[in-house]
Design a protein around this ligand. Structure first.
Ligand SMILES: NC(=O)c1ccc[n+]([C@@H]2O[C@H](COP(=O)([O-])OP(=O)(O)OC[C@H]3O[C@@H](n4cnc5c(N)ncnc54)[C@H](O)[C@@H]3O)[C@@H](O)[C@H]2O)c1
Length: 476
């Protein structure tokens, strides 16, 4: 089949790569020159410096005969002549803090597309084509897309909703082995085309292939994300908070008790300083906005959003409240800027809030390290005397060897772990050697196996899911 993808972000690039791997002839259009250049490079590392997704580079290189990235809309128009389906993979961010989705990227792309669709087959519009929405959008979006096409005079088309369920960091492996494919359409002929697109998965015993109407598909995506977000919020705000409040409750032990009940399940039962990323917050806010606009209460949806916000404020506030730290002029090591491990995506990352918080508190220096996300973080916090970027996690927690040393002769005053990169788990032994015993703020429980040793060695430890662990210093 011939498939066009509009938008070459996480969703567009990854699902187009999987389509090419499924044997389809795929064209991906984006307005970002930089993105097209990097994704077209044919070099694995260059591709993954743009979208840090394990396996994306290899998949694009392996299928290079069947996939092309372009900035050139003339190429798109030519491709449309015998194209079978167009996948809309555009951003739908929240407008400020209103909950409302900003649909201008989508509408701009759809209006431009409508004009081009009119011209296909020498303006005869003979070939039937489907417009497939992969972006996460309001429930009634199908109606708006149809209005745009009808208003422009587009004929011989169908509209399908095919929400994307990929998980960043596992986008390729997850898309090659999805749990489910959800297709929402009004007409059987649209379902038939989509079954061809997903032939690889349609009859697979391991993939749930769900056919519903387009509104159900859009609502299903929003509700699934809200449900997962709510599970995280319960873990942070109820389970974690309980473990922080009462002594002798170890989060990992409570986790075991809960997760061994299959009705509860294990997903989302880990404590963290924040649930960031481009989806959960935005989609919960959008669901709430849509419910409230119709006069329906959205108390639980709103409370989930607030619980997540509260979690980060609470975590940062504990430094002053529990460890009596005065942040002014301190040197802070910030480990991790990506919103979670295995991605370079910093959208809604806790580290952005942390960076702003530390700036406001007038710390002297923030030493930063992340294995993948630093280039994007530098766009928010450019390199300066206050924001210093390190070459490794080890350099980050030590005094950077300049003259005079950036972290002060004795090293950093506070270490904040914000992202769950696996290598941060191994830092305990090194930290135990730091002579000035910085305050440890573990926002991911990465050093959980070292907490007792750290406390015994005189380190104060603030960790999500634990009460304040005051360093034992009376042995000196
Ligand atoms: N990232 C995820 O994990 C994920 C998962 C499921 C669903 N989604 C949803 O999918 C949609 C896309 O998300 P994403 O993470 O891929 O976003 P993204 O920001 O990574 O990518 C969007 C791309 O669209 C491009 N673009 C913007 N306007 C354009 C236009 N007029 N024409 C062509 N290209 C244009 C941008 O340059 C960008 O490259 C969103 O609605 C998101 O909520 C995302």
């Amino acid at each position: 089949m011939k498939l066009l993808y509009i938008g070459a972000g996480f969703v567009g690039a990854c699902s187009a790569a999987v389509s090419a791997d499924s044997g389809h002839n795929t064209l991906v259009y984006d307005i970002s020159e930089e993105k097209i250049k990097l994704l077209s490079s044919g070099d694995r590392d260059t591709i993954q410096s743009c979208l840090f997704e394990n396996g994306l580079g290899d998949l694009l290189i392996r299928n290079k005969e069947r996939i092309e990235f372009t900035l050139d809309y003339n190429l798109v128009e030519k491709f449309l002549d015998d194209c079978d389906a167009i996948f809309m993979c555009l951003p739908t961010p929240e407008i400020g803090e209103t909950g409302e989705s900003n649909l201008t990227y989508y509408f701009d792309a759809a209006e431009k597309l409508a004009c081009s669709l009119l011209k296909r087959n020498q303006s005869k519009q003979e070939k039937y084509i489907i417009i497939v929405n992969k972006s996460t959008v309001p429930i009634d979006m199908v109606n708006h897309t149809q209005e745009i096409m009808d208003k422009a005079g587009v004929k011989n088309y169908g509209i399908v909703s095919n929400p994307e369920f990929l998980v960043e960091g596992k986008a390729i492996s997850g898309s090659l082995k999805p749990d489910r494919i959800v297709v929402g359409a009004w007409a059987e002929k649209d379902f038939i085309i989509m079954r061809q697109v997903y032939q690889r998965f349609y009859n697979s015993p391991n993939v749930e292939y769900v056919e519903v109407n387009p509104k159900e598909a859009a609502a299903g995506k929003l509700l699934a994300n809200f449900y997962l977000f709510n599970k995280l919020a319960i873990c942070f705000d109820v389970i974690g908070r309980t473990c922080e409040t009462f002594s002798d409750l170890q989060f990992e032990n409570l986790r075991k008790i809960l997760t061994t009940d299959p009705r509860i399940g294990s997903w989302g039962l880990y404590d963290s300083l924040y649930a960031g990323g481009s989806c959960f917050i935005k989609d919960a806010r959008s669901l709430s906005h849509q419910l409230q606009t119709t006069g329906t209460n959205a108390i639980l949806v709103n409370e989930t959003y607030l619980a997540n916000k509260r979690q980060l404020e609470n975590f940062l506030g504990r430094a002053e409240k529990e460890a009596q730290i005065d942040w002014t002029d301190k040197t802070v090591a910030l480990l991790g800027v990506a919103f979670k491990r295995d991605t370079n995506d910093i959208r809604n990352s806790s580290s952005i809030e942390i960076g702003n918080f530390l700036k406001e508190k007038q710390v002297k220096t923030v030493q930063i390290y992340d294995p993948a996300g630093m280039d994007f973080f530098k766009q928010v916090f450019p390199e300066s005397n206050q924001f210093v970027y390190c070459k490794s996690e080890i350099e980050c927690v030590m005094a950077i060897p300049t003259t005079p040393p950036i972290g002060g002769a004795n090293g950093v005053d506070v270490i904040i772990i914000a992202t769950d990169w696996p290598q941060f788990r191994g830092l305990g032994e090194l930290i135990l050697q730091l002579p000035n015993r910085p305050l440890i703020m573990d926002g991911r429980r990465m050093l959980q196996h070292n907490y007792i040793d750290l406390q015994q060695a005189g380190f104060d430890v603030i960790a999500v899911g634990s009460p304040f662990l005051k360093g034992i210093r009376n042995k000196e």
